[in-house]
Design a protein. Structure first.
Length: 245
């Protein structure tokens, strides 16, 4: 009985250690990537466009965008060149992160080249893929052109999911250790049913131990009383006057 109580107490101590381990797991310190990648490069009639952006970032950080515009013909006039950056709130709801007008009603000289740099903040509740949509309308002399390419760009790492995965991994390992100890102690797997059974047994043994203590006290009192009674009886018998017939 005492040995079983010690095993149950050991199990409860391990369970408390498991809870403390989960509480003390440190949050993942995510590192951003400064690497810039080319996500779009296209030669249109009279105009070439190249679009670079941060390859990967995390919520709460920024997306760095670099655009290059090169005029490869004469008589080019840009009516507008804009871009949208779209992301997904909680990885599901599509939202606009940025809208920028790059050029509007501007004639371009032949071999004109320019670089445009932008910084787009990433909200804390946005992760996974992001997309860019370019909207370009221009003319070469009297010939109009319109293009609206869309393409994926920066990946926003879901650091919250990564943190949960790491915690789950730690929890699984701790559970495996606890299950090993459970099996060695009770020759059964760690399940809710077995825990409930052992918890019930534990309290029954605790109650039984209290009852056993009370029984021992009663037995002691009874033994003292019996000895006193026997001693008194013997004394009375020994002191009783002898009768002569």
């Amino acid at each position: 009985m005492v040995k079983t109580l010690k095993k149950l107490k050991t199990l409860f101590m391990i369970s408390v250690t498991l809870v403390l381990t989960l509480a003390l797991i440190e949050s993942i310190t995510a590192q951003t990537s400064d690497e810039v990648q080319t996500f779009f490069s296209k030669d249109y009639p009279g105009i070439s466009i190249k679009f670079n952006a941060t390859r990967e970032t995390i919520p709460g950080e920024n997306i760095t965008i670099n655009m290059w515009i090169n005029c490869t013909a004469t008589g080019v006039k840009v009516n507008y060149l804009t871009f949208y950056i779209c992301g997904f709130r909680y990885g599901q709801e599509k939202i606009t992160l940025n809208f920028t007008s790059v050029i509007e009603n501007v004639p371009l000289d032949f071999n004109y080249t320019s670089q445009f740099n932008y910084t787009v903040p990433v909200p804390n509740d946005v992760w996974d893929a992001t997309y860019a949509e370019l909207h370009l309308e221009y003319a070469i002399i009297d010939s109009p052109f319109t293009y609206n390419p869309a393409f994926s760009i920066t990946i926003i790492r879901n650091v919250y999911m990564k943190e949960l995965e790491d915690k789950l991994k730690s929890l699984n390992y701790t559970y495996w250790q606890l299950n090993q100890t459970f099996w060695e102690s009770f020759q059964m797997n760690l399940t809710a049913e077995n825990l409930a059974l052992l918890n019930k047994t534990y309290w029954e043994l605790q109650g039984g131990q209290s009852e056993l203590g009370n029984t021992r006290i009663m037995v002691g009192v009874l033994a003292v009383t019996t000895v006193f009674f026997v001693a008194t009886t013997l004394y009375v018998v020994m002191r009783k006057p002898k009768q002569y017939w």
